[in-house]
Design a protein around this ligand. Structure first.
Ligand SMILES: Nc1nc2c(c(=O)[nH]1)N[C@H]1C(S)=C(S)[C@@H](COP(=O)(O)O)O[C@H]1N2
Ligand SMILES: [Mo]
Length: 230
């Protein structure tokens, strides 16, 4: 479902970091308020779990440096030494995966358009491992109806409904435009998808948890929509 989004009136300078990631005048409805639950149910019912977003040609790429930058942090988050991804919750084989471990799983690559709630969008090619392949690797339980993603960037986090998380274009990306993921786009690992707005795509991942209940999210806890389908 496409949301009504207003065009940003001014683009930030490429080098500018802002502390406000997604300004909006939306009222704070609170995570899973009654309208929110209704909205999530309607959007879930309309969601097509296997429908692919159109892939774009390289000519559509957003030039490097032309991405507006949105960070919760006012400094560039850098991966701690010895970084590895913790995977847990309702899974048969919880554990810690290094970047090498993740890169040994099947690799997926695609180029699609990203939509920020602020109204800008950007195109790049992304590669990484499908979240559904990771789920299979760790033996995620069918009762895990939700997946939570946590980050080392100022407690940034988000939680997703299972159909969106298991969509074939939802990946844990370790690369962009054929290169390793750069720090500004979430190195060493970030969530990327065709089915959610930008703030759901957690960068600088540290932890993926398969859960029986939804949790909130950094922006979701501040009144942004929880489902946030594109
Ligand atoms: N950890 C973390 N993830 C984050 C954010 C953030 O501030 N911290 N910003 C979100 C927002 S609002 C958007 S639009 C996208 C921007 O991704 P990009 O920098 O690759 O364009 O990252 C999302 N993921
Ligand atoms: Mo955003």
């Amino acid at each position: 479902m496409r949301r009504l989004i207003t065009r940003r009136t001014a683009l930030l300078g490429a080098a500018a970091l802002t502390t406000s990631a997604c300004d909006s005048s939306r009222p704070r409805t609170g995570f899973l308020g009654s309208m929110e639950r209704f909205n999530a149910r309607v959007q879930s019912a309309l969601f097509d779990a296997e429908q692919l977003a159109p892939e774009l040609p390289p000519s559509e790429n957003t030039p490097p440096g032309a991405f507006p930058r949105y960070f919760v942090s006012d400094f560039m988050p850098l991966a701690p030494a010895g970084w590895a991804l913790q995977v847990g919750g309702l899974v048969q084989r919880p554990g810690v995966l290094s970047l090498d471990d993740l890169q040994r799983l099947p690799r997926t690559e695609y180029r699609i358009r990203h939509h920020c709630v602020e109204g800008w969008s950007a195109v790049a090619s992304w590669h990484g491992v499908k979240l559904r392949d990771l789920a299979e690797h760790v033996g995620a339980d069918p009762r895990a109806g939700f997946v939570e993603f946590r980050s080392f960037d100022s407690d940034y986090y988000s939680s997703w409904d299972r159909p969106s998380a298991f969509h074939p274009q939802t990946i844990l990306a370790y690369g962009m435009n054929g290169q390793p993921l750069p720090p500004e786009h979430g190195a060493p690992l970030r969530l990327y998808a065709a089915v959610k707005l930008g703030y759901k795509m957690v960068k600088y991942l540290t932890q993926v948890s398969f859960l029986p209940e939804p949790t909130g999210g950094y922006w979701e806890d501040r009144g942004y929509e929880w489902y946030a389908g594109v």
